[in-house]
Ligand binder design. Structure first.
Ligand SMILES: [Zn+2]
Ligand SMILES: [Zn+2]
Length: 325
């Protein structure tokens, strides 16, 4: 690598499609969204040769991208995810056409030999590449490799062998489910090709953020505003928890930014491995718009404390002195 040359760090994924059908476009859209989430640039090839500069992503990422391509997103509120919830989703599932029983042919009509491939199921394709002419055998897209086509297409499915049916699924989101958790509804998905087993329905959860509680895994965090006097003298304050409000004693002399941890009071782990913690950080609110009397009291307090000579300040200014002298 030459000096000054820009290092390419981006990961690209390749997706090859043969034609711009609705089905292929659906895959592209899903894969594109999935790759964006994985931080991968997606390059789509329309039947042509693959750009040698494109590095294919690792298989696990690619599988994940595939899952995402076929997934249905389910939005949950913060507390629905915390406590678990049952929700209904509707998914368009490819279902065997019952008019033609999945043959694609109009009932009573025969199948004929595919003219494009002469019944071979594949066609020979020649391509010019860097290494010379490359000949490859490709699946015939007219008959999908079967070598036969129907004489007359089924009117209901237009020869596609399946129809899209909007199906309702009840999804039991477990306690502690989080964004990007995937639930698989086994065998509930699209019908298999030529009588193969059904695919799965993937549900990816998206948990909305909460205006007060900030979620980080199973831990929950928030900032608690307290007054200057509460922090100084200590106080019993009301704090929010995932189970409701409760009393908490802030000790005398609490600094701003102090964190209090309520162990095992966070979110239940989705796989049953215990619970996270609930943490709150106190933020001392500096009193503003004081009356003359209040200001006077504070000045009096300050003089009494010799505020400018408190321990922290003394240490700080001694360090400043060492630094510059
Ligand atoms: Zn049909
Ligand atoms: Zn054919």
């Amino acid at each position: 690598m030459k000096r000054g040359e820009k290092m390419e760090h981006s990961i690209k994924a390749g997706l090859m499609i043969t034609s711009a059908s609705d089905y292929n476009m659906e895959i592209c859209r899903g894969a594109n969204e999935a790759c964006k989430e994985l931080g991968i640039e997606l390059v789509i090839f329309f039947g042509g040769s693959v750009d040698p500069n494109v590095k294919f992503v690792q298989s696990s990422d690619y599988q994940k991208a595939n899952v995402y391509a076929f997934a249905n997103y389910l939005d949950l509120d913060f507390f629905e995810a915390v406590n678990g919830v049952e929700k209904e989703i509707f998914v368009n599932v490819k279902t065997v056409c019952n008019t033609c029983s999945g043959t694609g042919a109009k009932p009573g009509t025969k199948k004929v030999t595919c003219k494009k491939c002469n019944g071979r199921g594949s066609i020979r394709v020649q391509r010019q590449s860097f290494f010379g002419t490359v000949v490859s055998e490709e699946l015939c897209n007219e008959c999908n490799g079967t070598g036969e086509i129907v004489e007359e297409k089924c009117e209901k499915c237009k020869g596609k062998k399946y129809v899209l049916v909007r199906k309702k699924f009840t999804v039991k989101a477990p306690k502690g489910v989080n964004t990007n958790n995937i639930m698989t509804l086994k065998g509930q998905g699209n019908c298999g090709e030529n009588g193969g087993p059904n695919g799965d329905v993937y549900v990816i959860f998206k948990v909305k953020s909460h205006e007060l509680f900030v979620r980080n895994g199973n831990n929950v965090f928030y900032e608690l505003p307290i007054s200057f006097t509460e922090a100084t003298l200590g106080a019993e304050v009301e704090i929010p928890t995932l189970e409701g409000k409760e009393k908490y004693t802030i000790p005398e002399g609490t600094d701003t930014g102090t964190e209090f941890i309520l162990k095992d009071r966070g979110i239940s782990d989705v796989n049953g491995y215990g619970k996270g913690n609930l943490t709150f950080r106190v933020k001392i609110i500096t009193p503003k718009n004081l009356t003359d009397r209040q200001k006077e009291l504070l000045r009096e307090f300050s003089n009494e404390r010799e505020e400018h000579l408190t321990e922290h300040k003394k240490n700080f200014f001694e360090k400043v002195k060492e630094l510059f002298e």
